[in-house]
Write a protein that binds this ligand. Structure first.
Ligand code: MG
Length: 321
């Protein structure tokens, strides 16, 4: 991706730089090679895997910035998936995309020749399923700001999605979606709801503040709305703690690990799993916190300068698939 987060003035109240996570409308261009400066000591992912098979029992692959760049497949992404199937190495694809369901995302990949099953994708939506079960929220009404996939993953998680502002006060909590909605009316109403209902949960697909799109512009993401609401509530003395589902937070990793173990039909130690992603903040930090080995893919949103400044270095740096 050509977007350089360094070039963008951005506040980061949730402590994370934004990650790109969108590829909803693939146009299936030719394979695109990783771009940008590559630090010394990097590997080609498939070479590394072939040399280190004994060290890895499963892979967790980020989609945007690893398998796809700017709505198209990266060079080698199809071959990697085929190789993983040949080797019977369990893998899941991990995405913070909150507005496309796993089936929509799998379809977008398939249109570009990267054949994966929806069941091989784990998204922020899966974290909500686990959350609904663990907190006993099934059947509760949640107001949805914008869209959260078609079908809405709020409904698929067992909640009752509400999009009528007139019914907001009858809701148990709020979920922040994306795409287009009346920001002024909706944010104003939700802000007042959260002040009146201090224990109402605010669920957010991911903490991303923005994401890059193909015209080199940055679009605001659900994390930006969550940060805005949190700052508004704080100004009124209410500490709002949004519940984030996606990377680098635990719910998405917990679900991904269960999928890997189901594929393998056995327990897998986290230290035997490698996550490959292009984000230091969400992929590397999130994966390392979960106990995974970390492989940073250059050519996505992380530059060599970002890597130099990182407090925690990834275990391996890959120049390309
Ligand atoms: Mg990525």
């Amino acid at each position: 991706m050509s977007t350089d987060p360094d070039a963008v003035p951005v506040t980061d109240p949730v402590g994370l730089l934004s990650q790109g996570h969108r590829s909803p409308e693939p146009d299936c261009p030719e394979d695109r090679s990783a771009v940008g400066a590559v630090p010394q000591g990097t590997y080609r992912l498939m070479d590394w895997l072939e040399e280190n098979q004994s060290q890895v029992d499963a892979l967790v692959l980020d989609i945007d910035g690893v398998l796809m760049i700017d709505h198209g497949p990266t060079a080698g992404s199809r071959a990697l998936i085929a190789w993983l199937r040949d080797m019977a190495l369990p893998f899941v694809l991990l995405t913070n995309d909150g507005c496309n369901s796993p089936s929509q995302k799998a379809e977008a990949l398939a249109q570009c020749g990267v054949d994966v099953l929806a069941s091989e994708l784990v998204s922020a939506s899966h974290g909500l399923v686990d959350l609904v079960d663990s907190r006993g929220w099934r059947g509760h009404r949640f107001f949805v700001m914008g869209e959260l996939g078609q079908p809405s993953f709020v409904a698929e998680a067992g909640l009752v999605p509400i999009d009528d502002l007139a019914q907001l006060d009858a809701c148990f909590g709020v979920a922040i979606g994306e795409k287009h909605y009346d920001w002024h009316a909706t944010i104003t109403a939700v802000f007042n709801f959260l002040l009146k209902q201090p224990h109402a949960p605010l669920v957010v697909p991911n903490p991303d503040l923005y994401f890059p799109i193909s015209d080199n512009r940055l679009h605001l993401a659900s994390g930006a709305v969550a940060s805005f609401l949190a700052s508004l509530c704080e100004s009124r003395g209410r500490q709002l703690l949004p519940i984030y589902l996606g990377k680098p937070h635990a719910p998405i990793f917990q679900h991904a690990h269960r999928v890997l173990e189901a594929q393998a039909s056995r327990r897998i130690a986290p230290g035997r799993v490698m996550i490959v992603g292009d984000s230091l903040a969400s992929d590397m930090e999130g994966g390392a916190s979960f106990g995974y080995r970390t492989g940073l893919m250059m050519g996505g949103i992380t530059t060599a300068q970002h890597l130099d400044r990182a407090a925690r270095q990834p275990d391996v740096v890959f120049s390309r698939i």
